[in-house]
Design a protein around this ligand. Structure first.
Ligand SMILES: Cc1ncc(COP(=O)(O)O)c(C=O)c1O
Length: 355
């Protein structure tokens, strides 16, 4: 606290990211990173970028990157906005498109950055409780609103909604922007990108942090009608003209272009997820359906906080949310390599036998 702070800073409750420990030899399953490194083509592109040209600013419009993203999604470059991680893209989305006189709607259990942006930009919001089975019921969003946002699959539950369900929501909700945060969509969830040319109020956000293995490079993007994209560009150009540096641009372009590597690593993660769900079920866990690179699981006897602490003592980190109380029994476990999954199952078997 300081008398020099502005009012908004006094009132802010910042987002708390998952721990990034400084220790080696941990089985790190707490922040939904990809267990596989980026494509070798990305590494080659980054090496080429370490050159004299770094003395020059990057392209403020990121035209080459937008073209590469547009090609992957069969859209036009003017339907693409890029930013320094999808968190930055989302921040601009909240400010540019979701601040209205009616409240923004999002689930009560969802990505915990959403209420933080509302605090930062003074946006009125209303949370909509998830159903008993932790799914999003889109009928609950059929009410006057200043916008709707949720991840698909949702976080931290991992539960996906079908494309038909998202389209039903868009058919009903035409007067405000609907943002589908598809950070984890490539791990087996249907994307809403195919609806963009039909619904001018749909904005879809993606990240290269998960399926493209580039959390360390910080690149995210959104896709939507050019009018929505223009609003985001206006915020960006009033904030930071160069959010994508030369390395980020070169690496992200190479990642978007290496479809074979992307598909191979996503398939491996999905296969490991299915095997892990099976093993955890046999150990007495209830696991929610997942279309993501993480699962949300609760043991039938052991508490979530206690299990998290016990795993930590054995150098395995998973994520636990104390509140709301409905999710306190759960662990959010990122899908790692097969070897990491084996280590997790081996340790849990020991811990649960000891209990
Ligand atoms: C639902 C969701 N959206 C967006 C993000 C932000 O991703 P990034 O800023 O790394 O692109 C995350 C990160 O974990 C997330 O869980």
């Amino acid at each position: 606290m300081s008398k020099f702070w502005s009012d908004v800073i006094h009132k802010l409750t910042p987002y708390v990211p998952g721990e990034q420990p400084k220790l080696d030899n941990l089985v790190k399953l707490n922040t939904n990173e990809n267990p596989y490194g980026p494509s070798p083509k990305v590494i080659a592109a980054l090496k080429l970028e370490a050159a004299d040209s770094l003395r020059l600013y990057p392209d403020p419009n990121s035209d080459a990157l937008k073209a590469a993203i547009a090609e992957v999604h069969h859209l036009q470059a003017k339907q693409v906005f890029v930013g320094n991680g999808s968190d930055e893209v989302l921040a601009h989305v909240f400010q540019a498109l979701l601040k209205h006189s009616r409240p923004l709607l999002f689930p009560d259990i969802t990505y915990s950055f959403y209420p933080v942006y509302c605090g930062l930009y003074d946006i009125e919001y209303q949370t909509i409780p998830l159903a008993e089975d932790f799914s999003i019921n889109i009928d609950d969003y059929d009410q006057p609103n200043g916008g709707i946002i949720f991840p698909n699959p949702n976080a931290p539950t991992g539960i996906p909604l079908s494309l038909a369900t998202i389209e039903k929501l868009l058919q009903k909700n035409t007067q405000s922007v609907v943002v589908i945060d598809e950070a984890y969509v490539d791990f087996g969830t249907e994307s809403a990108v195919s609806l963009i040319n039909t619904y001018p109020n749909l904005l879809v956000t993606h990240t290269l942090s998960k399926a493209r293995s580039l959390a360390g490079l910080r690149v995210g993007y959104s896709l939507g009608h050019p009018d929505l994209i223009e609003a985001l560009i206006r915020v960006k150009d009033s904030f930071n003209s160069y959010p994508i540096d030369r390395f980020a641009s070169a690496g992200a372009i190479a990642a978007m272009q290496d479809t074979a590597y992307f598909e191979e690593t996503c398939s491996k993660v999905i296969a490991t997820r299915e095997a892990l769900i099976n093993d955890l079920t046999q150990l007495g866990f209830d696991v929610l359906p997942s279309g993501a690179n993480f699962i949300f699981a609760k043991h039938q006897v052991k508490e979530g906080a206690e299990l998290t602490a016990l795993l930590r003592q054995k150098n395995i980190i998973v994520r636990h949310f104390k509140s709301p109380s409905r999710i306190a029994p759960y662990l959010r476990i990122t899908i790692g390599t097969e070897a990491q999954s084996k280590a997790l199952i081996g340790t849990l078997t020991e811990l649960l036998l000891d209990a």
